[in-house]
Design a protein around this ligand. Sequence first.
Ligand code: S3P
Length: 449
Amino acid sequence: MSHTLDPQPLSATPGAPLRGRLRPPGDKSISHRAMILGLLSQGRTRVEGLLEGDDVLRTAAAARALGATLERLGEGRWTVDGVGIGGLTDPAEVLDFGNAGTGSRLMMGVVGGQPVTATFDGDASLRSRPMRRILDPLTRMGTQVIEEAAGGRVPLTLRGPKEAIPITYETPAASAQIKSAVLLAGLNAPGVTTVIETAATRDHTERMLRLFGAEVLVEPHGPEGHGRRISLAGQPTLRATDVVVPADPSSAAFPLVAALITPGSEIVIEGVMMNPLRTGLITTLLEMGADIERLAEREEGGETVADLRVRASRLKGVDVPAERAPAMIDEYPVLAVAAAFAEGSTRMNGLHELRVKESDRLAAVAAGLAANGISHRIEGDDLIVDGVGGAPPGGGTVATHLDHRIAMSFLVLGLATLAPVSVDDGAMIATSFPSFLPTMRALGGRIGA
Ligand code: S3P
C-alpha cells in the first residue's frame, strides 16, 4: 500500500474578488488514457499537456512496469514507446495506484485481457472502493482473479488469458470506467466486444481508440436514444500517435464556481474541454443564472475547447435531472457549494454513484454543509441544498476523507462565506490539480495553511 502523505490542513478566507486568467491542468481522464493507449500501441506516442498529478503519474508508472518506455521532455510533454497488444511483460512489483480509481480500473481491463499477471493496490480510499463492477465482466472475458481483498477490493491479483473472450456487456451502472475496462480487455479478443450503456458516459476511450487506429462503432441505444451501444473490433494494430490534452473541465469547475460566488469577481478560464458528456455543470449553472460566456471555441486534440469568461452572479435554485448525472458526476460537490449561495433550493437527483467515489461524496458533502451552517437534506439518492441568496455562514472544518474534490469544493466555499472555512487535509488535491493553491492565489483567493 502506498505511503500515506502527511495531512495538510488548509483554510480559505472570504472577501477578496477573483480576477485574472488561468489555464487549468490537462484533463485527467484523457491523460490516463494517453498513457494506457501509448503502452498498447506500436511506436512512439507524444503527449502534450499531460496532467502531472499523482493519479496520472501512477498510471505512467504502471505502464512502465508493464513494458513501456516513458520519457518526460518538459512540463506536460511526454513520450511513450509502446509494446503493442500482446507485448506486455509481467510487472516486477505491485502496481500501486495510490488514490486513482480511473487508473486502476482501466489498467485492470488492460491486464485482464492480456497474458500477464499483476497485483493492484492503492491507498485507504482506493482499498475501500468496489472493484466487482470491473472484475465481473473481466471474468466473463477469461480473466482469472487470483487473489482479492474481501468484497472484491484491492489489493488484488489478476491473470489475463492468451486471448480475451469477446462479450456483449450491459453496464450495471452509468460508468465510463466499467465501459473502458471492458473495451480495453476487448482489444485482445478475436471478435467484436460490445458495451451497452443505458445512459451515455464520457466517451474519451472510444475517441482515443479511434485516434490510435481501432475500429469502434457507436450507436444510440434505448427508447429515447440516451444510451449507447459501443462495438470494438478486436485485435487491431494500434499505431502510436500525438495526443494533445485539453484543460480539464472538472478542475475548471473550482475557479469557475469560486468566481460566481465571490462578489466582484471576473476571470477567464482558458482552453476548457467542452465535450458535451462533461459539461453538465455548466448547463446547470447557466440554468441557475450564472454569467458564463463561451469564447473562442476551437478544436484542440480532437475536442472542442473554449475560453470561459465568468463573472460573479446572483444564482437561483434549480432541479437537476438525474439524466444529467453522468455529464457532471464529479461536479456535484462544487455544485452543492454554488447552491448554498443561490436564492431558493437546489435539488440534485439520482446521486447514488457519489457514494462510491474517492469518498462517500454524498455523506462528505452533507457533513461539510452541516459544518458550515448550510441547510440541506438527503432524500433517498437526492441532495437538496437550501440556498440563502447570498453568503452562508461558514466557519466550519470539513473532513475530506482522502478526497481531492471534497477538499477543493469546501475551500472554494470559504472564499465567499461570512467566516473562513477549513479542511482537515488538502494533500490529495495533488492527485488532480497540483497547481490549485498557486492558481487560486494568483486570482486573489486567500487559501493557506
Ligand atoms: C472517469 C469516470 C468517472 C469519474 C472519474 C473519471 C473516467 O467514474 O467519476 O473521475 O475517466 O472514466 P465512473 O466511471 O465510475 O462514473
